[in-house]
Design a protein. Structure first.
Length: 226
């Protein structure tokens, strides 16, 4: 199941089931804003320590070292959207079930573990991150697999490109989750990355990877404005 960031969800992990799809729009140019509340159902999944979604289908690996911690949820097939929703942020509250809903904070309501499946309301919200977008380069000489994480704003990435110091911009294909691949030989070149979120905003990180980079290293680029 997927791991997507959930705003202020510190008590439990939720598995969200819904039957609707949507297009994400940025209503204010240059700033990602929250979407409308929608109805869904949720249940507890895994433990409160995020062990149930550790690793997951987004490729983030250790959720604590990646900065997500317990603020993660396992998503339904519809909302997971074949991995394109990885990194997206949601606000969730328990809805229309006074038997199981209790106030968890000013804006989040969490059901009890023994409640089973409960109705909830959710909405897409801006992702607020510390620092820049992270690009972790794995693979080998003829295969570059780049994990893109810590994305602010829309949080998800729908398009990615890479540029070596001796190449033009080259589109990357999504391998799985938020792992993007390129088959070009880029070893020994400084690299730039360009990513586009589902709100159609684009961020370009110029020359953030030095020519002497090695596989397994992580580099930080320019993040989106929130």
């Amino acid at each position: 199941m997927a791991s997507a960031s959930v705003m202020a969800l510190a008590v439990a992990l939720l598995s969200i089931t819904l039957s609707t799809t949507w297009m994400v729009e940025a209503r204010i140019p240059g700033i990602y804003t929250e979407g409308p509340w929608q109805s869904a159902h949720a249940t507890f999944y895994g433990g409160a320590d995020a062990s149930g979604t550790m690793g997951g289908a987004c490729g983030y690996g250790n959720l604590y070292s990646q900065g997500y911690g317990v603020n993660t949820a396992a998503l339904s097939t519809a909302l997971f959207n074949n991995g394109f929703s990885c990194g997206a942020c949601f606000e969730i509250k328990c809805a229309n079930d006074p038997q199981w809903c209790h106030s968890g904070s000013a804006s989040i309501f969490i059901a009890e573990y023994r409640a089973g499946i409960v109705p909830v309301a959710y909405r897409r919200v801006p992702c607020r991150k510390q620092g820049g977008i992270r690009f972790t380069i794995n693979g080998f000489r003829y295969f570059n697999l780049v994990l893109i994480s810590n994305v602010a704003g829309a949080g998800d990435i729908v398009r990615a490109s890479v540029k070596g110091e001796r190449t033009g911009w080259m589109s990357m294909s999504r391998n799985w989750g938020q792992n993007w691949q390129s088959d070009a030989v880029l070893v020994g070149q400084s690299l730039s990355f360009r990513v586009t979120g589902s709100d159609r905003r684009t961020s370009t990180s110029w020359n953030i990877v030095p020519a002497g980079w090695q596989f397994g290293q992580t580099f930080t680029g320019k993040n989106f404005r929130v």
